[in-house]
Design a protein around this ligand. Structure first.
Ligand code: FAD
Length: 438
């Protein structure tokens, strides 16, 4: 009889883990509660739905997400392959039609031998002999989060993130915008709203004074630094937005021939160009306030909102206390934690975590030796971070070059330093793939 792995959660991590386990010859039971029970952020019943931005980051290997994606390609990520088939234009980054990607990967999994999709909310940690991968994500259903407390030493944590609004294309007056990519990389893939100093300052004033949604009393008001809401950035100083999401560098307005004081960028969200995201506009401003304030921007006077920006929970375990370098629960070796819940942050990181959990769990089930991923690789560094960070102040992390050990060569130039680390990561990963016979 074939060995089986059970996966809870068919999001970015769970779907990738399922593909990897099935590819390794295992049977897979993949539990997903949507569309029967929806989360506060997902829009569809498809697996592997990206819930907010449609960007998977830069493709350049000297950028953190570029290096991580290169490793995922070498490891045979199904999600990335599907992402490439769902690509929308976005300069030098990989951006996708989110729902097309999700639908494509769902169909692939539906047709994959050995994979059984089981719809419904899991409310208890299932018993069984085979490996269990828990990948229920930052929006893990409350009942299941409670059930997990036995495994997580009652220390599952949360903080708050905020998502950006999505606008309907037909409601945008594009004649007031200009199309361009920063530093002319790629085609003119973004629509840009140029702001002069006066308009920018009026906008900042509105954002700062805007009414925000309540934070529940029992919830701590903690934001994750990499995903600060627009209003939090604006409150930190009048110029903060102009140096952050509204930065004008690398953009020239063809009508004036000059760089604007600040720029609001709109990125295409789907292949049909029906929707555009306001880039970096994650917010917890009340819906009415978003409408009022964002409609003061040129070209958005009649903007219709397909989705408002909002606040959301972000559940994760205190990874250094709970898991080892294989993302395996120290208290119960049958259990693996994957994705955002396991202490990584971001789409690509969640896919990476799911991919290796799928491989590790499969090797476990097949009685094969598991080989630790070198810390010099991006994926290995992420796993090492989650397992070894300081538990007293633990926060999920994106992959950064800072997580990689120094290259051991004296180099001053930052880009060159990254190139060397990327080169070494590539060699170490290839060696690991050869030894693990992936
Ligand atoms: C609102 C929001 C916006 C985000 N925006 C971004 C962004 O723009 N860019 C970025 O890089 N990262 C973003 N993230 C962070 C993170 O990258 C994503 O959440 C990513 O989808 C995490 O992957 P995952 O597989 O861990 O979780 P998910 O993709 O959320 O998958 C978890 C799955 O488990 C299912 N599930 C939950 N509980 C149960 C249960 N009890 N039984 C069965 N199924 C269950 C859910 O329905 C879901 O399909 C965002 C997160 C949130 C919550």
């Amino acid at each position: 009889m074939k060995k089986k792995v059970t996966i809870i959660g068919g999001g970015l991590a769970g779907a990738e883990a399922a593909c990897q386990a099935a590819r390794s010859g295992l049977e897979v039971d993949l539990h997903e509660m949507r569309p029967l029970v929806m989360t506060e952020a997902h829009q569809s019943g498809w697996l592997a739905e990206m819930v907010c931005s449609n960007s998977l980051g830069s493709e350049e290997v000297t950028s953190a997400s570029g290096l991580l994606k290169r490793e995922l390609r070498r490891l045979g990520s199904f999600f990335l392959r599907q992402a490439e088939q769902s690509r929308v234009p976005a300069g030098s980054s990989l951006s996708v039609d989110r729902l097309r990607l999700a639908a494509g990967l769902t169909r692939k999994l539906q047709g994959m031998p050995g994979v059984r999709l089981i719809q419904g909310e899991v409310r208890e940690v299932p018993d069984g002999d085979g490996p269990l991968i828990i990948a229920s994500g930052p929006l893990t259903s409350p009942a299941f989060a409670r059930a997990l407390s036995g495994l997580t030493l009652r220390k599952h944590l949360y903080f708050f993130d905020a998502t950006c609004p999505l606008l309907r294309a037909e409601s945008i007056d594009f004649t007031q915008l200009f199309a361009a990519s920063r530093y002319e990389k790629g085609e003119a893939d973004f629509w840009n709203i140029p702001l002069d100093k006066e308009r920018y300052e009026a906008f900042v004033g509105d954002v700062v004074r805007g009414e925000t949604a309540e934070v529940h009393e029992f919830e701590k008001k903690v934001f994750f630094d990499a995903c600060l809401p627009l209003e939090e950035i604006a409150r930190s100083g009048t110029q903060s937005l102009a140096f952050g999401p509204l930065k004008p560098v690398g953009l020239v307005d063809p009508r004036s021939g000059r760089r604007p004081f600040a720029v609001v960028q709109l990125r295409q969200d789907d292949l049909q160009k029906n929707f555009y995201q306001l880039v970096g506009f994650q917010t917890r401003l009340k819906h009415g306030e978003q409408k009022r304030i964002f409609r003061t921007l040129p070209g958005l006077e009649r903007a219709e909102f397909e989705r408002f920006g909002r606040m959301h929970r972000n559940t994760y375990i205190n990874a250094p206390l709970i898991i080892n370098r294989f993302s395996q629960c120290k208290q119960d070796g049958r259990v693996y934690f994957a994705g955002q819940l396991s202490g990584v942050e971001g789409y690509v990181e969640s896919v990476a975590s799911g991919l290796v959990c799928g491989l590790f769990a499969a090797r476990d089930a097949l009685g094969l030796e598991r080989l630790e991923l070198p810390r010099e690789t991006a994926v290995g560094a992420l796993l090492a971070y989650a397992a070894n960070a300081d538990w007293r102040d633990f926060r999920p992390s994106k992959f950064t070059f800072g997580l990689l050990p120094e290259a051991g060569v004296e180099v001053r130039d930052k880009k060159r330093k990254k190139e060397l680390k990327a080169e070494r990561a590539g060699q170490e990963l290839d060696q690991w793939i050869r030894e693990a016979k992936i």
